[in-house]
Design a protein around this ligand. Structure first.
Ligand code: FE
Length: 215
């Protein structure tokens, strides 16, 4: 009986200190954007921490729940790939002509689970259909965030004579997995399984595309 009482006392003392009796540290309180409420409003509080600087929040972009039917089809690299691109989410430059496009989506594994820290490398032609083969204009790589999301600010690629179909080249590599190379297309000239869904926001387009890769 004495042992039981001592045990109960220790558990109570640890709990009072914020220490779990199992030794595990207490869970941190998630950072959630403060929401101003009035007595008449019902408030939904997200359980996922959302930063005020989050690009998706700023743009009011909500990614649809991912649906996966097959792995993303691979396509040829083509002649214009340049390795060692700068890491960046925006390929836009001052005065760059072209229709603004924000490309967003998830990188998912074969079980449709989002993959954080997956590497993506994009390259494309400018509005006139020209590639920068000397520098890194309209080229850049990035990594998916903790939720497996990527975003790319760019322009619609122009057509070039040898390839009269709008496309963006991309390489994707899950952390610790194999790299794939492919190309994305647009609804005017769709390619099965590789076509971006477009939402026209007037000042710019939002394009949605999820990659599904073997992890
Ligand atoms: Fe190309």
């Amino acid at each position: 009986m004495k042992k039981i009482l001592i045990g109960m006392f220790i558990v109570a003392a640890l709990s009072a200190c914020g220490i779990s009796p199992t030794g595990a540290p207490p869970l941190p309180t998630p950072e959630v954007e403060s929401i101003t409420s009035t007595a008449t409003e019902s408030v939904a509080v997200s359980t996922i921490p959302v930063s005020k600087s989050d690009f998706f929040t700023q743009k009011g972009i909500e990614l649809p729940s991912p649906a996966c039917s097959a792995l993303t089809q691979e396509q040829t690299e083509g002649p214009y790939y340049t390795p060692n691109t700068p890491e960046r989410n925006s390929l836009l430059e001052e005065g760059m002509p072209g229709t603004r496009l924000v490309l967003v989506g998830y990188v998912l594994d074969q079980n449709c689970q989002p993959l954080a820290n997956a590497w993506l490398d994009f390259w494309q032609a400018d509005a006139n259909g020209d590639y920068d083969n000397a520098g890194y204009r309209l080229r850049g790589h990035q990594f998916t965030d903790a939720q497996g999301r990527y975003y790319l600010e760019t322009i619609l690629p122009g057509l070039y004579s040898s390839r009269p179909i709008e496309h963006i080249h991309v390489k994707v590599r899950p952390e610790g997995g194999a790299e794939i190379t492919s190309q994305l297309y647009f609804p005017e000239q769709p390619i099965d399984g590789l076509t971006i869904s477009i939402e026209d926001r007037g000042e710019y387009l939002v394009g949605y595309f999820n990659f599904v890769v073997q992890k």
